[in-house]
Design a protein around this ligand. Structure first.
Ligand SMILES: NC(=O)c1ccc[n+]([C@@H]2O[C@H](COP(=O)([O-])OP(=O)(O)OC[C@H]3O[C@@H](n4cnc5c(N)ncnc54)[C@H](OP(=O)(O)O)[C@@H]3O)[C@@H](O)[C@H]2O)c1
Length: 272
């Protein structure tokens, strides 16, 4: 078992998308450090297995199967969390997926609308459902899992980037709205992470271009960054650190980046 049994930490963290990848690793880390953790995602069996693994006799971990695209599910997760634990200290908005394809190949409803509904609207609804409780307590921390695609938009990531640029804008605005109440709002911006993300993304590429293995993060790397943020709130974390250079290059030399992307990715994909 992974949990630290003797901890006097009684804080409560909700982690969305806790059935795999970054969310699962984050839930493990918070539980290990004595947090009481609420797991939310659609795959009930995975959540229940994880809750059973992490929970001690004192039932520290609650599995709440939920579809983050549905308002009634979100409201139920928050109500069940408060009923079981009486407080919410940290919300990790992590649930999300990609549809990495050329725009003309994406379905308007099952790809485009569905992605924005989970990655952006669901994240906003979840935050809105938790915020009044945090404002009332004058305490709380909302941590959004954004992406390098919140800063750098690349071909086949158009809708995903739209959702993650949205998460970045939402995070920055809400941080400035909520700080007066003592509520912290942060985001993590990871590059490529080795998770199940790629299996659900329906990637359509001929070249096989992807994040090189040496640059890929593990789910645990991102979970550690989220946990450190929860312990020591900051505006944001970009990881790996090297990605600050890519963000700077994209911001200050966008024409050069356009040209490089055209030559190295779009032309090999579209013209060959
Ligand atoms: N992997 C990367 O390269 C990468 C890079 C930067 C940012 N991110 C972001 O990191 C987050 C986690 O992704 P991951 O890499 O850990 O991928 P993952 O292993 O596929 O995990 C995605 C999680 O989101 C949940 N989810 C998806 N749709 C949902 C819905 N409608 N309702 C509730 N939960 C839902 C999934 O659970 P169920 O299927 O059980 O519902 C799963 O737990 C995402 O927001 C992603 O955009 C990933």
């Amino acid at each position: 078992m992974f949990r630290v049994a003797e901890s006097d930490n009684d804080e409560v963290a909700i982690v969305t998308g806790a059935s795999s990848g970054i969310g699962e690793a984050t839930a493990r880390l918070f539980a290990r450090h004595g947090y009481r953790v609420v797991l939310a995602a659609r795959r009930k069996e995975r959540l229940e297995a994880l809750a059973q693994e992490l929970s001690g006799a004192d039932q520290q971990v609650l599995a709440t199967p939920a579809d983050i695209s549905k308002l009634e599910d979100i409201q139920r997760v928050v109500a069940e969390s408060l009923k079981r634990f009486g407080r919410i200290d940290v919300l990790v908005n992590n649930a999300g997926f990609g549809r990495l394809s050329w725009l003309e190949q994406l379905d308007p409803v099952t790809d485009i609308q569905a992605l924005l509904q989970v990655n952006l609207i669901g994240l906003i609804w979840m935050t809105q459902a938790v915020l009044p409780h945090m404002i009332e307590r004058r305490k709380g921390h909302i941590i959004n899992v954004a992406s390098m695609a919140s800063y750098i938009a690349t071909p086949t990531y158009s809708i995903y980037a739209a959702s993650k640029f949205g998460v970045r804008g939402f995070t920055d605005a809400l941080r400035r709205e909520a700080s007066i109440y003592g509520v912290k709002v942060s985001a993590v911006y990871p590059g490529g992470v080795a998770t199940e993300f790629g299996q659900h993304a329906r990637i359509q590429r001929k070249t096989g271009a992807t994040t090189p293995d040496w640059l890929k993060l593990s789910a645990e790397d991102v979970a550690k960054a989220i946990f450190r943020l929860a312990r020591r709130p900051r505006r944001q974390v970009v990881l790996p650190w090297l990605m600050h250079f890519a963000i700077g290059l994209n911001a200050f030399l966008p024409g050069a980046v356009d040209y490089a992307v055209q030559k190295l990715f779009v032309e090999p994909e579209k013209l060959k």
